[in-house]
Design a protein around this ligand. Structure first.
Ligand code: B4P
Length: 191
């Protein structure tokens, strides 16, 4: 299997690049943000709790997101692999992902880490907020999401660096150019 972790700060283009990678490598897309937003839309108990946390720009509990990932993995065996988009976001989530994949004799193939400066992230997210009305794409929540990323999610990069899986990619430029930079690196681990 080809198991790609798509990593980066909010607004770095994870969702955008995930769509293209799925089409090229025929992978199952697991976006914890999308999964949480569908719970919010369906107004489930989990969705109601999650919305309050997401609107503040905080992270939903590890227990909830790890449970969602475990279900998705169990439902999608016999596939070419997975794209983990926006997961793991804490070192504890990364450790659990390792355990879950080991249960299926699998492992993370590569961690694609999109690098984009803070100013550009803010501009992209404010633009999306205006265009789509996404409730967490407002200045106050964006600032907290970036802060949470720096404090709680950056340590995940050290975890994967130690395993020699972390690959930084310049996330500035045209979407297709960034995609080419990513596939060049993915093709090195996927022969
Ligand atoms: P996510 O849905 O993961 O939101 P995100 O980090 O903002 O990334 P997204 O994929 O949507 O945006 P992208 O960078 O593609 O998470 C939302 C919330 O859910 C979190 O704050 C948290 O509360 C919760 N959550 C999710 N996962 C969790 C977890 N594992 N643990 C705990 N909580 C979790 O794109 C942004 C914009 O940039 C788009 O409008 C796009 O069009 C634009 N863009 C992309 N590429 C571009 C380029 N090259 N140039 C210009 N613009 C570009």
């Amino acid at each position: 299997m080809l198991n790609i972790v798509l990593f980066g700060p909010p607004g770095s283009g994870k969702g955008t690049q995930a769509e293209k990678l799925i089409a090229k490598y025929n992978l199952v897309h697991i976006s914890t943000g999308d999964l949480l937003r569908s719970e919010v839309a369906a107004q489930t108990e989990l969705g109601i709790q999650a919305k309050a946390i997401m609107d503040k720009g905080e992270l939903v509990s590890d227990e909830i997101v790890i449970g969602m990932i475990a279900n998705k993995l169990a439902d999608n065996q016999n596939e070419n692999g997975f794209i983990f988009d926006g997961f793991p976001r804490t070192v504890d989530q990364a450790r659990h992902l390792r355990k879950l994949l080991t249960d299926y004799d699998e492992r993370v193939s590569i961690v694609v880490s999109l690098e984009v400066p803070k100013e550009e992230l803010i501009q992209r997210l404010l633009k999306r907020g205006k265009e789509t009305g996404r409730s967490d794409d407002n200045m106050e929540t964006i600032a907290n999401r970036i802060d949470v990323y720096e404090k709680q999610t950056i340590p995940v990069t050290y975890y994967y660096q130690k395993m020699h899986k972390h690959v930084p990619i310049d996330g500035i430029g045209k979407v297709d150019d960034i995609f080419s930079r990513i596939t060049e690196m993915v093709d090195k681990v996927h022969v």
